[in-house]
Design a protein around this ligand. Structure first.
Ligand code: DP6
Length: 352
């Protein structure tokens, strides 16, 4: 008896131009395009195994070893249904193919980072779920085609189908057929860019992205200005900056967009606060660090960005990490020892 099983991984992505707002909550169609950097597979990723078997009684899902209910009509059920229908097309075209689309699936997913750390676990999770089903079903689909489906799991998940620099083009079609992710540049185009993740708090966030963005759409006048007059130009400018490897422009746009996303959260009624005092102190430190560099004739060296939580992600060319890490460690004493996986500091201690 043949075994039909596949395992794949997908990494976390962190947006530089933020997705915040849906024009269709069921299909997960955004009110603006967005752009992110997909992190390295080695560090933060979800790994998912899918198995199809006619002896299974129903579709089932385990996250980090714990079974989760697959709610009828919910996001996971939608992704599985869409993937089965793509498989059905393959079977209809090739009658000799086993009828995997009719078998229930068991899906088992694990993150190699703490889910509670407030990092974008749903993006990696849904991207890994969709790519493991694509491998199980031997689908000829491209990453952009698969992104149409992972988008319906979690909007930001559509961008984790690609590595490197990725845009999610919002599209205009009512059925969502032109709302998918595209590669702007592979990681190899600009490998110097690194992301430093500062876990300020690993508490679960107060207002989920899904609920928060819906409230923003309903109540924030600033969001309307952002989606019409700000994001389209920023998308164009940041793509050009990435292609030209212009870190100065990339960093300025990334910080401006993080600021505007949090301004829009504050403009929501009732207001939403995702950053805390430590988040703001990290912003002040990066602003000062960049100011000193520019005043001395240098360039902008680092860019902060914050999602729907207090944790900072700092983008910087690798050469600056040797300065930035000791700076952060000096002003923000660490609960856990810094993990020098890049070997930047040799055997010397950076927090001693
Ligand atoms: C602030 O993709 O988690 O991280 O589509 O409702 O699942 P849903 O939301 P989600 O929102 C991510 C919001 C963000 C910005 C971004 O990643 O672009």
């Amino acid at each position: 008896m043949a075994v039909y099983q596949a395992t794949t991984s997908a990494p976390v992505n962190i947006a530089c131009i933020k997705y915040w707002g849906k024009r269709d909550t069921k299909l997960i169609l955004p009110t603006n395009s967005s752009l992110s950097v997909t992190l390295d597979q080695d560090h933060l990723r979800s790994t998912t195994t899918s198995r199809a078997d006619p002896s299974f009684s129903k579709d089932r899902l385990w996250l980090n070893g714990k079974e989760e209910e697959i709610k009828e009509g919910g996001r996971t059920a939608t992704c599985i249904k869409e993937m089965k229908s793509l498989r059905k097309q393959v079977e209809d075209a090739n009658p000799n193919e086993p009828k995997l689309s009719t078998y229930p699936v068991h899906i088992c997913s694990r993150n190699n980072f703490p889910t509670a750390a407030g990092l974008a676990s749903s993006a990696a999770g849904f991207a890994a779920l969709v790519s493991s089903l694509a491998a199980l079903y031997a689908l000829p689909a491209s990453p952009s085609q698969l992104s149409l489906i992972s988008r319906q799991g979690s909007g930001s998940a559509c961008r984790s189908l690609f590595g490197g620099f990725v845009a999610w083009e919002m599209g205009t079609a009512a059925d969502g057929s032109d709302s998918y992710a595209v590669e702007v540049a592979p990681q190899s185009h600009w490998p110097e860019i690194h992301a430093l993740i500062c876990v300020v708090s690993d508490d679960k966030k107060g207002t989920s992205s899904t609920a928060g963005m819906q409230r923003t759409v309903e109540t924030s006048p600033l969001l309307q200005h952002r989606i019409k007059h700000v994001v389209p130009e920023r998308m164009k400018a940041i793509k050009e900056a990435i292609l030209a490897k212009d870190f100065d422009t990339f960093a300025k746009i990334t910080m401006q967009d993080s600021n505007q996303f949090h301004a829009v959260a504050l403009d929501t009624d009732p207001p939403i606060f995702y950053m805390n005092d430590v988040s703001r102190a990290i912003i002040a430190l990066i602003v000062e660090y960049n100011r000193l560099s520019v005043e001395n004739g240098g360039k902008v060296k680092a860019a902060y960005t914050y999602d729907a939580g207090p944790n900072a992600v700092i983008y910087t060319p690798k050469e600056n990490l040797k300065e930035i890490i000791p700076l952060i460690l000096k002003y923000f004493p660490q609960a856990e020892k810094y993990n020098d996986h890049l070997g930047l500091f040799g055997t010397a201690s950076v927090d001693g």
